[in-house]
Design a protein around this ligand. Structure first.
Ligand SMILES: NC(=O)c1ccc[n+]([C@@H]2O[C@H](COP(=O)([O-])OP(=O)(O)OC[C@H]3O[C@@H](n4cnc5c(N)ncnc54)[C@H](OP(=O)(O)O)[C@@H]3O)[C@@H](O)[C@H]2O)c1
Length: 264
């Protein structure tokens, strides 16, 4: 089995490592972890059985899991072979910036991983330049990404939009869920019952949208009889700022992603 090395073994790397092991994509001993904090390596070894590596060593895939403000440029200058693939999860740092720091021509895949890694749901966006597109579709790379959700190949120019919409996406759902539970409590249900009903409806409605192939408006029409309950509640939502508020929220997420990228 091939090796994978994580440089910068913080929260996001840990979530990916957990999914790789759970889905048997790598054995723990084939996962090498590097971090400037020794206690972090001890923790990961103890928790997951992965192999600490205090030096940067070669591996088939090297994941750059440091933050944009860390010394990623110094790190990539140490790579001396082109027999590796770099997968960067560093937010806002472009493929061109990484390639400009490399002293060897190494394929670079840039990704914005989703944060639902423990569930297998959620899309991660991955981008490469034209030369590396075949590399990005290699089995080892797709297995890596599929272990923590689904993958969407996108143009690098779409990564910021992808971050604000897809990666921040669970936040919108958590917020909607919390508001819905409060609505249940408002009309007199216990919080526990309101939570159970809301989560079931979220699952079920998502399933209906996926399996029925119907437009949401068609599903709404089926549920809303003349002068009935459904259409009366929808009337209030129609009168609210609900849709525009949600859309402004997504747009603010995208704008902030762009702002953070400019600070690099
Ligand atoms: N967390 C998320 O949900 C998420 C989602 C998508 C993308 N991302 C992106 O993923 C990247 C990592 O985020 P994170 O949340 O995992 O951050 P994090 O928990 O702070 O992890 C970064 C780790 O890298 C270590 N490090 C710093 N410089 C290093 C060096 N030169 N060599 C080796 N290790 C070094 C840090 O140590 P110190 O703490 O001592 O500096 C820290 O343990 C960021 O660019 C972030 O934007 C995160």
């Amino acid at each position: 089995m091939s090796n994978i090395l994580f440089i910068g073994s913080g929260h996001m790397s840990e979530a990916i490592i957990r999914a790789l092991i759970k889905n048997k994509v790598y054995k723990p001993q084939n996962i090498l972890v590097n971090d400037i904090v020794k206690s972090r390596l001890d923790y990961l070894q103890l928790t997951y059985g992965v192999t600490p590596s205090e030096k940067i060593v070669n591996a088939d895939i090297i994941v750059l899991g440091v933050r944009p403000q860390d010394a990623w440029s110094d790190i990539v200058q140490q790579f001396k072979t082109n027999k590796i693939i770099i997968i960067s999860i560093i937010a806002g740092v472009t493929i061109a910036q990484i390639k400009a720091s490399l002293t060897v021509d190494i394929p670079v895949i840039r990704t914005i991983p989703n944060t639902l890694t423990d569930t297998g749901f959620g899309y991660s966006g991955i981008a490469t330049d034209v030369n590396d597109q075949a590399v990005a579709r290699q089995r080892s790379v797709t297995q890596f990404f599929n272990s923590f959700g689904k993958l969407e190949y996108i143009d690098e120019s779409l990564l910021d939009i992808f971050t604000g919409y897809a990666v921040a996406g669970p936040n919108y759902i958590y917020y909607f869920y919390e508001s819905l539970v409060d609505a249940g409590v408002l009309v007199g249900l216990s919080r526990d019952m309101a939570k159970r009903i809301a989560i079931e409806n979220l699952h079920g409605a998502a399933c209906m949208l996926q399996t029925s192939q119907k437009h949401p408006r068609q599903l709404l029409d089926i549920n809303n009889s003349p002068a009935g309950v459904g259409i009366h509640s929808l009337y209030e939502l129609n009168n609210s700022d609900f849709a525009a508020g949600l859309q402004r929220s997504v747009r603010a997420g995208v704008i902030r992603t762009v702002e953070l990228g400019k600070k690099q």
